[in-house]
Design a protein around this ligand. Sequence first.
Ligand SMILES: [Fe+2]
Length: 254
Amino acid sequence: MIDLHCHLLPGVDDGSKSMDISLKLANDAVRDGIDYALLTPHHMNGVYLNHKKAVIQQTQEFQVELDRHKISLKVFPGQEVRINGDLLTALDQDDILFADKGGRYLMLEFPDNDIPSYTNNMIYELMQRGIIPVIVHPERNTMIMKKPDILYDLLSRGCLSQITASSYVGIFGHKVQKFSKQLIQAGQAYIFASDVHNLPNRKYEMTNAFVKMNHEFGNDYVSRFNENAKRIINGDNILPNNFSEIKTHLFRLF
Ligand SMILES: [Fe+2]
């Protein structure tokens, strides 16, 4: 499997605090069936800045350690970029890492409880540059949970979405789990990723998520999600979804 979102690099953000922990997490990844991992430290989220050059260097150093410890995980440099007003400048300054080498797919994060007012303009600007934002964990954004149309509109504009495996298996509670399932059912999800941190309850759940998906939606969905992850990291076109709106029942009495 390919994991396109994790916080495995030692000492750079709220993920792993040390090389020992990173190596342990890498072992967990391999045990969960992951062969390739895009390392995505937070960038420009108001707390962490992890500049492109530094992440590339740290990823190379981590790969050396993985090889030295005979851990069969191949890692690639990436960033989980928070949407922010300086993003276009950062792109101009070549300080942004993408999921693929060609600079097509951007792992883009929103604040947990907000969709900034400039979002539509920013998405337009990114698209104009040929960039396809992959919205990370929309299932945990409280505003999207309240108004799923927000995500539907973003997908209609050409964005993609990544559901966190642990959301779908219920680690973040029933509401997030239910919404994850609704998004998958509506064709509004394209890939799973771990978003692993070194925190209790933030472990690898990729295999569990795919087993559950196979049970609830069938093997076609599993194949599509795996294929899309591969296509994203290779910079290829993804398999398009026929997605539909999620019906909310705000006014339903029974
Ligand atoms: Fe993350």
